[in-house]
Design a protein around this ligand. Structure first.
Ligand SMILES: [Zn+2]
Length: 123
């Protein structure tokens, strides 16, 4: 990707995020409700696509972040950020002080979407 295309892409994404922030912070309630209806499915879909790109392999290594030559699983920053932003209630619970999320941890692949759904249903 050349610099012009990269700059165009980054600008478009940041402009969209700025637009969403503006509506959330400055718009009236009906506009915010409309935004929630339209943007929430878009954002959850985007998160699922991003997390799918960073799904760990059978050794717990992120397919995008861990170099193939290493045997050690590297903590995936995308999953750490997703956990921090999408499950804030987990961090505010009793385990919040153990720094497990901020430190190193190994991702383990779920064997199926149904298993992942079952895991989230228990929380
Ligand atoms: Zn990753």
């Amino acid at each position: 990707m050349d610099d012009v295309l990269r700059t165009t892409l980054y600008t478009a994404v940041y402009d969209r995020l700025d637009y969403l922030d503006t509506i959330v912070n400055d718009a009236d309630t009906p506009s915010r409700v409309a935004l929630a209806d339209s943007a929430t499915p878009m954002l959850t879909s985007a998160w699922r696509d991003l997390l799918n790109e960073h799904e760990p392999d059978e050794h717990g290594r992120c397919r995008a972040c861990s170099p193939r030559w290493t045997r050690r699983a590297r903590a995936c920053s995308v999953w750490q950020i997703a956990h921090r932003h999408l499950t804030p209630d987990v961090l505010e619970g009793p385990a919040a002080g153990d720094k497990q999320i901020a430190g190193r941890h190994t991702l383990r692949p779920a064997s199926s979407p149904a298993q992942r759904a079952g895991t989230s249903a228990r929380q």
